[in-house]
Design a protein around this ligand. Structure first.
Ligand code: CS2
Length: 489
């Protein structure tokens, strides 16, 4: 079988880019060339190029690995996106990525050049919550984060997101080139504002005048992104080969659903992302709360419950009647913390989410979602728990999710077998948990501002009491029995 590298000769039912790729120039640099940008940014941009054209093709940059470059360079940037609805799958070959660069594998100079190029008008980012080096408690940069620490000492040879952006903006300012717009596509609350705070902090430590210029000139719109995209595996690549008749090292499988809500602040222009269904609004926050609390919050609960009960995929959790009931309960509790959003029925959104989680074509590993809990829990669980407390609503679903994470943080199953937390703070967690064997001891060890249970929630006797009771149950009776009882409650 030949390798995918052009779109001629593909089967008729495989959708291909409806534009002349070579005729359109580059305009976006994307940092973090993973599966999610392929299923989301690249697909929306493909639709925009097909409908309205424009020099907006994407230069994809991997910051650490060179896997994406090895996958995409021989394929001329092309890759297959398999879109799986509950009723079947469809393949499309996406052409929006023009080329891929591996920053840490010889392409640093090329990355520097393309970030400085006046043609680059937008820099998009998917590096996951932990990739930025944010100080979540105080705002700005975390000087302990490895990339931030490196880039503060070597601002001319940056390796991290903040260092690269600040260095590129400094070069553009010196050359009289307008700055690019920065668009984060990660699941962080107020992602644009957080990136802005991050780069202002890093720039200010280097040159206050640069900081002021960035503060006045750089737009960082907030955005809500959504498309469930499991890490691809050999099975996905085999499916793509069967559907397209080509081998494709970069193939991914995602759901049919996708959503993107963006604040329309792009001083240097942007692609016609509406062509792919993107919604442009004044204020993204209500959409983002809905998605982070309902989808991602339930996802995290599903992930910890799933890992602890041996359910490998999200769909398996949804096939477990007790857990499916608790997912419904969580969705309703998260919805109750939201301010009304005109035109959106949270109950219907929750029903859709339950269907999306149960999608039989998506092998979305609970262990994948369980990663990086310290970076995810604050916006997914603690923030809505706080609002539920203020609103006098039921705290139990949030306490349940918190207890599950704390039990997960012990790094062992009920039968004593161990697993990796895959969390940037796993060493700190292990150190905090030294000698903590009881539920109150564990709760106290995992309390603290920033990444752990915030003290105001830990000090709330109702919330802490429920967390402690559930955690004690998990420790004494095991995950399955505790979950069965919880679902009966
Ligand atoms: C998931 C998200 O891995 C995770 O933490 O909750 O990646 C989720 O699949 C996406 O946000 C869906 O848009």
């Amino acid at each position: 079988m030949t390798r995918l590298s052009e779109t001629q000769g593909l089967p008729d039912d495989v959708r291909v880019p409806a534009y002349d790729r070579a005729a359109l120039g580059e305009g976006i640099v994307h940092l973090g060339l993973g599966a999610f940008q392929k299923s989301h940014l690249a697909v929306y941009t493909d639709d925009a190029l097909a409908r309205s054209g424009g020099d907006w093709r994407i230069v994809g940059v991997s910051l650490r690995s060179d896997q994406a470059v090895r996958d995409l360079t021989p394929q001329n940037g092309l890759f297959t996106v398999i879109e799986a609805g509950v009723d079947g799958t469809q393949a499309r070959v996406v052409g929006a990525v023009s080329r891929a660069l591996a920053h840490a594998h010889g392409d640093a100079e090329a990355v520097r050049a393309v970030l400085a190029d006046p043609a680059t008008r937008i820099v998009t980012i998917t590096v996951t919550e932990k990739g930025y080096g944010l100080d979540r408690a105080r705002g700005g940069a975390d000087p302990q984060h490895p990339a931030i620490a490196h880039d503060l000492v070597h601002p001319e040879a940056p390796v991290g997101v903040a260092g690269l952006l600040v260095q590129a903006l400094a070069a553009r300012r010196a050359a009289g080139v307008p700055p690019f717009t920065i668009l984060s596509c990660d699941n962080l609350p107020g992602n644009g504002d957080l990136v802005r705070g991050l780069i202002l902090d890093v720039a200010g430590r280097r040159d206050p005048a640069l900081r002021d210029w960035i503060a006045g000139a750089v737009a960082c719109p907030n955005a809500m992104v959504d498309r469930i995209t499991p890490a691809p595996d050999a099975e996905v690549r085999a499916m793509a080969a069967a559907m397209t008749g080509r081998t494709d090292a970069g193939a991914i499988l995602t759901e049919r659903f996708r959503q993107w809500v963006i604040e329309d602040r792009f001083p240097e222009g942007r692609p016609d992302w509406e062509a792919g269904g993107a919604l442009f609004v004044e204020d993204v926050a209500p959409y983002e709360h809905m998605k982070l609390r309902m989808l991602n919050g339930s996802h995290s609960m599903i992930a910890y419950a799933g890992v602890l009960t041996g359910h490998t995929h999200v769909r398996d959790v949804m096939a477990d009647a007790a857990l499916a009931r608790l997912v419904r309960r969580h969705l309703a509790a998260a919805a109750a913390t939201l301010a009304p959003l005109p035109g959106i029925d949270f109950a219907a959104y929750g029903d859709d989410l339950a269907r999306r989680f149960a999608n039989p074509h998506l092998a979305h590993r609970t262990a994948q979602i369980a990663m990086d809990g310290t970076e995810k829990m604050p916006q997914r669980i603690y923030a809505p728990a706080r609002d539920a407390r203020t609103g006098g609503q039921d705290l139990r679903p949030f306490a349940f999710a918190t207890a599950l994470w704390m039990r997960f943080a012990l790094g062992r199953h009920d039968d004593g077998t161990t697993f990796d937390l895959n969390d940037p703070r796993s060493d700190e967690i292990a150190a905090r948990l030294q000698g903590a064997t009881t539920a109150p001891g564990i709760l106290a060890a995992l309390t603290g501002e920033g990444s752990f249970l915030p003290t105001d929630l830990a000090d709330d006797t109702t919330f802490a009491g429920v967390v402690t009771d559930i955690l004690a149950d998990l420790l004494e009776r095991g995950a399955a029995a505790t979950i069965a009882d919880e679902a009966r409650a």
